[in-house]
Design a binder for this molecule. Structure first.
Ligand code: ADP
Length: 470
């Protein structure tokens, strides 16, 4: 059964139930009130008759003739003596020979009962008469219940018809309003099916209603999920294409050199050197890929010990000076003594990557300045070069895996880069509770800046591993 049908039935039954409940209460209270009016009439008549009835010491009943008592026209009265002998009756002793309520004659206390006499429905009051505790007869006063029955019939009719109409109206209203309310859900279903059939994650669900209501929130969440999925699929596709591309280049070079040696039928040391370089490049790349994959699945434990960043930086500088040789000027700017908590080897890897990039992307004669200081609660490490710079359109992407600016791709460098270094650096810094940012101007140079929380006392907790969302 559809949600819409269920809601419609629910509303109808709730409205029907409430109306029935109140209807029955009204039915009962009106029936009682009309019956009370009849009982009052019977009680007053009985009092009139009783006050005109005498009982002598032998228990003999004598009454004024009932027809002389000016009784209401719509009542019947019977005065029963000992041994259930009818002493007098109103309106006529001849017509009313049978007891109005035969069972009531046995009662020892006054009682009202509803009685059926042939086709007549009567309300009868029986009052036992006696001397002391001795029962000597009964007085029965009755009247037709027609007014009660008629009232009950019309009430039942109004109740049934009214409840049915109200249920129908509630059902109709629920059916129409739920169609309106559930229409966006139909849209969600249709769009989801279209996405599945057409394999097209670029579709979004249009919604013109208020974005803050439940349906609006659902659609917003659904659209956000679609965007995220689209992004993920896009990234995955690009990642596979990039891996394929990056793997193919060195393999082509290796194959070409092997082919060359086969043709000339001798070992060419230059070709062997190239093969070795490309094999190294492949090994490094596969290593970096594995590192990123492990990082994303949270499988890389990070040490959490006090690291003297200034000492580490000097170490990196000494190592990188070899690479810069006399091609570039690599110098220290302002250096403070700075302590952070973290993994020394991984932090070194970040510094090597940043300085290495600056060396790679700065032309001969350029300058690279490395600085370290404190800003509030954070350590601030900068690597500034006056090299090629990064185009503004590339800046938002350089931390993505395999992302390399067009220039970096086409440039004939030593062919070592493949666009994973900054992704790894980003992941490491982020998992040290820090951040990494970059400012750059094409032709003027770039500044990479790393912010890391300063060590406050000891380093106890191991670093939490986060999954990067680049
Ligand atoms: P790569 O192995 O290509 O250097 P990275 O992830 O380290 O990969 O860097 C990504 C891209 O960012 C580089 O290809 C280059 O386009 C750009 N880049 C990084 N550092 C610099 C820099 N100091 N100067 C200019 N461009 C840079």
């Amino acid at each position: 059964m559809s949600l819409r049908t269920r809601l419609t039935l629910l509303y109808s039954f709730i409205v029907g139930g409430i109306l029935l409940f109140f209807g029955l209460a009204v039915y009962r209270s009106i029936s009682l009130s009309v019956t009370n009016q009849l009982d009052d009439l019977l009680r007053r008549t009985a009092e009139t008759v009783y006050s005109n009835t005498r009982i002598d010491s032998s228990g003999q009943l004598t009454a004024d003739t009932l027809s002389t008592l000016n009784l209401p026209a719509d009542v019947y009265v019977q005065l029963w003596g000992r041994d259930n002998k009818l002493v007098d009756a109103y309106p006529s002793l001849i017509i009313l020979t049978r007891a109005l309520d035969p069972a009531g004659l046995q009662n020892t206390i006054p009682v009202f009962r509803d009685v059926t006499q042939g086709t007549n429905q009567l309300r009868v009051l029986t009052v036992p008469l006696g001397i002391g505790s001795r029962l000597v007869g009964s007085l029965q006063v009755g009247t037709r219940r027609d007014v009660v029955i008629a009232t009950q019939r019309s009430l039942s009719f109004v109740l049934l018809v009214g409840t049915s109409l109200a249920m129908l109206a509630a059902g109709l209203a629920a059916w129409l309003s739920t169609r309106q309310a559930l229409r966006p859900l139909d849209l969600v279903t249709k769009t989801a099916l279209q996405i599945t059939r057409a394999d097209d994650l670029s579709r979004r669900i249009p919604y013109s209603g208020p974005p803050g209501d439940e349906v609006g929130q659902l659609i917003t969440a659904f659209n956000q999920t679609l965007s995220r999925l689209e992004n993920l699929f896009h990234t995955q596709r690009r990642f596979l294409a990039d891996v394929g591309h990056e793997l193919r280049t060195p393999l082509t070079v290796i194959k070409g050199n092997v082919g060359l040696m086969r043709r000339i039928n001798e070992f060419d040391s230059e070709s062997l050197g190239t093969i070795e370089d490309e094999a190294d490049r492949l090994t490094r790349m596969v290593g970096d890929l594995l590192l990123l994959a492990q990082a994303e699945s949270g499988k890389i434990p990070l040490a959490n010990e006090i690291v003297e960043l200034d000492t580490l930086m000097l170490e990196v500088m000494a190592q990188m000076k070899v690479l810069a040789r006399d091609r570039l000027k690599l110098r220290l700017g302002n250096i403070d003594q700075v302590l952070v908590c973290g993994d020394r080897d991984r932090l070194k890897q970040v510094m090597v990557n940043l300085v290495g990039n600056s060396i790679n992307y700065t032309p001969v004669g350029g300058e690279i300045v490395v600085g370290l200081g404190k800003a509030g609660e954070m350590a601030r490490l900068t690597v500034t070069d006056n090299g090629a710079g990064i185009p503004a359109e590339d800046l938002p992407h350089i931390f993505e895996r395999f992302y390399r600016s067009e220039k970096a791709r086409t440039r004939q460098r030593d062919g070592k880069g493949y666009g994973l270094g900054l992704s790894i650096a980003y992941w490491i810094v982020r998992n040290h509770g820090g951040r990494i940012d970059v400012t750059s101007t094409v032709g003027k140079g770039s500044t990479f800046c790393i912010w890391l929380p300063l060590a406050q006392g000891g380093c106890t907790e191991p670093k939490p591993i986060e999954t990067p969302d680049i």
